[in-house]
Design a protein around this ligand. Structure first.
Ligand SMILES: [Zn+2]
Ligand SMILES: [Zn+2]
Length: 273
């Protein structure tokens, strides 16, 4: 299956049943419910016009969702809530994400229909996702490399309510507290759709010193108003809770973080983290 929502990017994915997922992760069995285990394995690829594909890295994340019986809506909601954080980072469009979610749910329904699995309490689904940055006709390799979507240019996975894959090691403890973590993952991110819009937000990033390019995500610190790449500022704040430019303490209103926050989600994130 594939999605090509945006010029210069495409996404290919397939689903499979993978019983090894059951062994690889800690998950919770909820009495009377079925637990769906999703492992998303992402490979970042640069597709060049000379026909050569370059692998630019990979990452793995895991989500578990427990639902009653055949409750598709509940499953769809849970899956969307968990996966869309990361799929948005891959710059998939809302339509791409909706289709991806529906494809995932359709696949789980197929598996559920298999009488051989009916008695099982877990449904382990592996999702292979290729996030491809496609070099365009007339585009040099350099600029294509600059805009490649890859793990280093994304918010670290462990900020989200998802588990990191074993290949990346256990998630590091975030020393800044749970509410600060919520602040980080809810920090507003603006995708640069054209250069003037990006330059209006920042001339260059205070952390990596690069000028914005189309596709970058930029965040503005609410406490001092300084703008930087989202992944740069989150990386910096995970080390030290101050603005890298003006060195002011980064403050946030815990109640504002709560405002968008459903306590049920928080419980879910705690079991996953
Ligand atoms: Zn930066
Ligand atoms: Zn500042």
């Amino acid at each position: 299956m594939s999605a090509t929502g945006r010029a210069g990017y495409e996404y290919n994915y397939e689903f499979s049943v993978d019983d090894e997922i059951v062994l690889r992760y800690n998950y919770t069995l909820v009495p009377g419910k079925k637990t769906f285990l999703f492992e998303i394995r992402t490979i970042f690829i640069l597709k060049k016009t000379d026909g050569v594909d370059e692998i630019m890295g990979s990452e793995r994340c895991f989500a578990e969702i427990s639902v009653n019986g055949e409750q598709e809506a509940e499953l769809l909601f849970g899956f969307n809530w968990l996966a869309s954080y990361r799929l948005k980072e891959y710059w998939m469009t809302e339509e791409d994400i909706a289709r991806f979610d529906q494809d995932a749910i359709d696949f789980t329904k197929e598996i559920e229909a298999d009488p051989g699995r009916a008695h099982r309490r877990t449904v382990p689904i592996g999702i292979y996702l290729k996030v491809c940055t496609v070099q365009q006709e007339g585009e040099e390799v350099g600029p294509a490399l600059e805009r490649v979507i890859r793990a280093e240019k994304l918010i670290p996975l462990y900020v989200y309510p998802l588990q990191m894959g074993l290949e990346n090691g256990p998630p590091p403890a975030i020393p800044l507290g749970d509410m600060f973590r919520v602040f980080l993952w809810e920090l507003e991110r603006t995708r640069v759709e054209d250069l003037n819009q990006g330059l209006a937000m920042m001339q260059d990033c205070g952390v990596c010193l690069r000028a914005p390019i189309v596709g970058d995500q930029i965040s503005v610190l609410p406490s001092c108003g300084h703008a930087m790449h989202s992944h740069c500022i989150v990386g910096s704040l995970l080390e030290k809770r101050e603005c890298p430019l003006c060195h002011s303490l980064v403050t946030f209103d815990p109640m504002a973080a709560y405002a968008n926050f459903d306590p049920a989600d928080y419980e879910m994130s705690k079991t996953l983290a």
